[in-house]
Design a protein around this ligand. Structure first.
Ligand SMILES: [Zn+2]
Length: 85
């Protein structure tokens, strides 16, 4: 995965707060941190997209959008995927 800000290489990391842990990616070059919610907003371009409460559902939604984008890049319709997929 490449950083949206500087195109540097990003690596997966687990981040910890006082109450929870979450998985995300950190840029080796600029230190930008992207969590799954930020990533979903970036790939959909929809800041109002409903975010699933369970992490498994969020990851499934991201995978679905990535596969739709991949299909569009390989000769699909090129249209944005429908909301709530
Ligand atoms: Zn960066």
């Amino acid at each position: 995965m490449k950083c949206a800000k500087c195109h540097g290489r990003m690596y997966a990391e687990t981040f910890y707060s006082h109450t929870e842990a979450f998985h995300g990616w950190r840029c080796l070059m600029c230190g930008d941190i992207v969590d799954p919610v930020i990533f979903l907003h970036r790939i959909t371009g929809d800041r109002n997209i409903p975010i699933p409460e369970r992490n498994e559902d969020l990851i499934r939604l991201i995978a679905k959008y990535l596969s739709l984008k991949s299909a569009a890049a390989c000769g699909g319709t090129g249209r944005n995927p429908p909301r709530g997929v």
